[in-house]
Design a protein around this ligand. Structure first.
Ligand SMILES: Nc1nc2c(ncn2[C@@H]2O[C@H](COP(=O)(O)OP(=O)(O)OP(=O)(O)O)[C@@H](O)[C@H]2O)c(=O)[nH]1
Ligand SMILES: [Mg+2]
Length: 204
């Protein structure tokens, strides 16, 4: 769970962008890095460990700092996993200590099986760490909506967001920065609400 340093009044949260290969996880981080307003927060350096063809090999990492809660300096650490199926050990490592997840789905019809497989892989990898997706704040992003061959939203919701409690979901065209900040704002809001609820004294 998030690291809270009461002495320095710092809160550190880890958000992992997860999803099938080529879905647009790295593109989300590149857009956040390029467009984050210095008034909203200060951004750090985007670190990408990629193959020569720009596929994520280990992860991308982008730190953002913001005064999101009064009196607390909040450090959001954004990570992506490599979506390619063979890199599962790396995905497990990147998931360690995760606070919140953005599941980036590829909206192209022919990617539905990969989306579902990646979602199941996420649940399995969390279970291996004795974590349950239902206990972790997460949102779903339906990316690549600009392409002609996309699946209907209802269908994608049915495949990827049909639990008892539906999570917030967003359409996106990440390469144009559409939907990128809506998604990020929601996951940070969910995480901050959880932090506030856990740290507010309850009175009977
Ligand atoms: N048309 C379109 N292309 C996109 C969109 N988002 C990302 N792309 C492109 O899709 C390709 C893959 O994007 P990445 O961000 O590298 O995908 P990834 O999920 O990080 O892939 P891995 O690192 O292999 O897991 C790139 O060529 C992007 O420019 C989008 O919304 N629409
Ligand atoms: Mg990537």
């Amino acid at each position: 769970m998030a690291i809270i340093n009461q002495a320095t009044k710092e809160l550190q949260v880890k958000i992992v962008y997860y999803g099938p290969a080529m879905g647009g996880k790295t593109t989300n981080l590149v857009q956040v890095h390029d467009h984050v307003q210095t008034a909203q927060g200060t951004k750090g350096k985007l670190v990408s460990l990629a193959t020569s063809s720009d596929r994520t090999l280990f992860f991308d990492f982008l730190p953002i700092e913001a005064m999101a809660i009064k009196g607390f300096k909040t450090k959001f650490q954004l990570y992506t996993v490599p979506g390619q199926v063979i890199y599962n050990t790396t995905r497990q490592l990147v998931l360690r200590g995760v606070d919140g997840i953005v599941f980036v789905a590829d909206s192209q019809y022919e990617k539905m099986a990969e989306n579902v497989e990646s979602f199941q892989n996420l649940e399995e990898n969390l279970r291996a760490q004795k974590l349950n997706l239902a206990d972790i704040p997460y949102v779903v992003q339906y990316n690549k909506r600009d392409l002609p061959n996309v699946a209907p939203l209802d269908y994608m919701e049915f495949l990827l967001n049909n639990r008892d409690v539906q999570v917030p979901s967003f359409t996106a065209s990440a390469h144009r920065c559409e939907g990128v900040f809506e998604t990020l704002n929601m996951i940070t809001r969910l995480l901050l609400n959880k932090f506030i609820n856990q740290n507010t004294p309850q009175y009977a």
